[in-house]
Design a protein around this ligand. Structure first.
Ligand code: ZN
Length: 113
């Protein structure tokens, strides 16, 4: 499951942060997830709860913020917003697009003890 591997990635980030910043418990995690990363916030929360059991983030609240997909349209000569990776340009309808954003998974905020 795709969300599982994303959540495993989050745990690795948390453990690394815990070592470098010296905290023992994570109470809340805020995430930015790109529209093309295929992760639905509901599935992310479900996996996060399952995967954090018994870890430093056991019982932590997960807040997921979805960021829109972005692409450069060569025909329009500007950056456009895409709902799906393989959509056509919303302005001119061509597929001459270069995806520039929407794959990111970033921990933006941590609440720790
Ligand atoms: Zn266009």
């Amino acid at each position: 499951m795709h969300e599982m591997s994303l959540c495993e990635g989050i745990i690795r980030i948390l453990e690394k942060e815990a070592r470098s910043q010296g905290f023992a418990r994570v109470k809340a995690v805020r995430l930015k997830v790109g529209a093309f990363s295929c992760a639905s916030p509901e599935a992310m929360e479900f996996c996060f709860r399952a995967i954090t059991r018994g870890t430093l983030a056991d019982g932590a609240i997960l807040e997921v913020e979805r960021t829109p997909g972005k692409a450069w349209c060569m025909n329009c000569g500007e950056t456009v917003t895409l709902a799906e990776r393989y959509d056509s340009c919303p302005q001119c309808g061509t597929y001459e697009l270069q995806v520039t954003g929407g794959d990111e998974l970033r921990v933006t905020e941590l609440e720790v003890d």
